[in-house]
Design a protein around this ligand. Structure first.
Ligand code: NAG
Ligand code: NAG
Ligand code: NAG
Ligand code: NAG
Ligand code: NAG
Ligand code: CA
Length: 527
């Protein structure tokens, strides 16, 4: 049996062949390197991974024990359902077991003893993972298929539900919908939700047991009756809006609304023959990994894609940390035959080219400039790739760009420099009179006092006169009787007694120059 299933899966058009590798090591003109492709996991028997829930409480037969009979043998009601006896119990898990040849095991509901109140049951399968259906969903009913039922699906782990298909022996009466067949759908209506009468009419409970959700017939609309033209199917799945999502589910729910009636009206006098019994629910599909993984494993109670292409998440639905230099995209089936990986851009790769040299681990896409840029550059760096130094810092020429200490503070003297920026060798821009790499020195003939100021006196050109001494180039300390910047002035006013002691012979060159410039030097004129 297992062998048979393996062969069956192998023969499914969407179970094999295409998109089964994510990357390969190839040799090119530039040497060997990885080549990446769109890839997807193999189809699996998804019933093995589903969590099942049957509602309402008490709908499963056997508690208390109950007798029932079949439509074929309506008056021999000697069969018994007893939840406390393993041989007579029919718990939900029997919808998912592997059956021995010929001996069906099944979940069974209570009988319709409360007629005319409807006999309602919900069977919900949850995967906590998006699944892409690759073959028909087949629900096998022992003792007759429901005369009214509905299949619902969820794409968000059961938060919202949508009708998937309606089933009734009379669609108009049950749902107010005309009966349609999936085989009659066209390319533009392949994802239509319809009501079908094909699986609800009474043909004998042994003759037809299956209710289908026809995935293959819908695929056949694009791939041809024998599903040979798979390329066209993949092209359509990629390009037709909503088509891929139509075959994607996280949960399925069978809403059983009225049991098999055996081809007649409900017979009130024998309600023991009305109930639901499901022996198998086959769901063949693959994990949805957005074409970024070819493996899907069962971990910690859930299926998870083994993501490639530097993606991550349960469905490979986002980029890995440090690979977010451009926005995430699903892989694509196109162009045929290998598709496009649409990998997340690795830092420094040809795609996104958003190396941040280790100074940032976040990139952001600026839409209107169409550029990807590093965000919050650290270590005093700045720029699209954190490749420049912040203002007030300069590049250490002997350090690599990814060195944490690549940017050195300029340290310009606040008073001596024009601003706190410096050039590539760390030189600051100095105010007049200042000098040195940091502008903390003064040019010759300047003195430092909260900045550089021109000398007032010195030992060469601006010599203090009349015995005055030069104090720190800032001023002349004049002997008694003299004043002026260079002590060149005699204090020979009316109060002064010693004007005469001044002598023109002491006049030095600068003083003469000053006098030549017409400055009033009263003492020398007086003498
Ligand atoms: C079955 O599920 C539907 C929602 O999909 C809910 O409205 C309904 O009450 C449920 N029926 C039972 C019998 O639990
Ligand atoms: C669903 O799957 C996610 C991711 O694997 C996991 O974190 C979470 O616990 C699962 N939830 C349940 C209810 O199993
Ligand atoms: C993903 O990142 C690794 C480095 O961590 C790199 O070797 C590999 O080529 C990347 N794959 C893709 C598809 O970019
Ligand atoms: C510049 O970088 C080199 C190499 O990392 C380092 O040895 C040197 O100390 C750095 N210079 C300064 C001024 O930080
Ligand atoms: C930086 O400025 C100093 C002093 O002005 C100069 O000698 C040096 O060449 C400049 N360096 C660069 C790279 O411009
Ligand atoms: Ca079974």
């Amino acid at each position: 049996m297992l062998h048979l299933v393996a062969i069956l899966l192998h023969c499914l058009p969407l179970a094999m062949g295409h998109y089964d590798i994510c990357k390969s090591w190839v040799t090119t003109d530039n040497g060997p390197s990885w080549e990446f492709y769109a890839c997807q996991p193999r189809a699996m028997r998804m019933k093995d991974y589903a969590i099942v829930r049957v509602d309402p409480a008490g709908i499963t037969c056997g508690d208390p024990p109950e007798r029932f009979c079949t439509h074929e043998n309506p008056y021999l009601c000697s069969d018994e359902c007893d939840a406390s006896n393993p041989d007579l119990a029919h718990p939900p898990k029997l919808m998912f077991d592997t059956e021995d040849e010929g001996l069906a095991t099944y979940w069974q509901s209570v009988t319709w003893s409360r007629y005319p109140e409807p006999l309602l049951a919900n069977i919900t399968l949850s995967w906590n993972k998006s699944i892409e259906l690759t073959d028909d969903i087949v629900i096998t009913f022992e003792y007759g298929r429901p005369t009214i039922m509905m299949l619902e699906k969820s794409l968000d782990n059961g938060r919202t539900w949508h009708p998937y298909q309606y089933y009734a022996d009379d669609c108009m009466e049950a749902f107010g919908m005309p009966a349609r067949r999936v085989r009659d759908l066209s390319t533009t209506s392949a994802n239509r939700v319809l009501c079908t009468e094909e699986y609800s009419r009474w043909v004998g409970s042994k003759k037809e047991k299956n209710v289908r959700f026809e995935v293959r017939d819908r695929f056949a609309i694009f791939a041809g009756p024998d599903l040979k033209n798979v390329d066209n199917l993949y092209t359509r799945l990629e390009s037709a809006k909503g088509l891929k999502d139509f075959f994607t589910v996280t949960d399925l729910r069978m809403r059983l609304l009225r049991p098999a009636l055996g081809g007649t009206y409900v017979q009130r006098e024998n309600l023991y023959k009305y109930f639901y019994a499901v022996s198998n629910i086959e769901v063949i599909g693959r994990c949805k990994c957005n074409l970024h993984a070819n493996l899907c494993t069962f971990k910690e109670g859930s299926l998870q894609c083994e993501c490639e292409h530097n993606t991550t998440g349960q469905d490979c639905g986002k980029c890995k940390k440090n690979f977010r230099s451009r926005s995430w995209r699903a892989g694509s089936y196109l162009p045929l035959p290998n598709g496009s990986p649409n990998a997340c851009a690795a830092a420094g790769s040809a795609f996104g080219n958003c190396e941040c040299y280790g100074h940032s681990n976040r990139c952001s896409y600026i839409d209107f400039l169409n550029v990807v840029t590093c965000v919050s550059c650290k270590h005093n760096t700045r720029g699209q790739h954190c490749q420049h130094c912040r203002l007030g810092f300069y590049r250490n020429g002997s350090a690599e760009l990814d060195d944490e200490n690549v940017c050195i503070e300029c340290n310009c003297n606040q008073i001596g420099s024009v601003h706190d920026r410096c050039n590539e060798t760390g030189y600051c821009e100095c105010k007049e009179g200042a000098m040195g790499p940091k502008c903390d020195d003064c040019l010759p003939n300047y003195y430092w006092r909260q900045g550089c100021f021109p000398n007032i006196c010195d030992e060469e050109l601006l010599i203090c006169q009349n015995g005055g001494t030069c104090h720190q180039n800032q001023r002349c300390i004049c002997p008694a009787g003299y004043k002026g910047v260079l002590c060149e002035q005699s204090k020979c006013d009316s109060e002064s007694q010693d004007c005469d002691s001044a002598s023109s012979t002491y006049l030095s060159l600068p003083a003469l120059l000053l006098s030549a410039l017409g400055l009033q030097l009263r003492c020398s004129l007086d003498s």
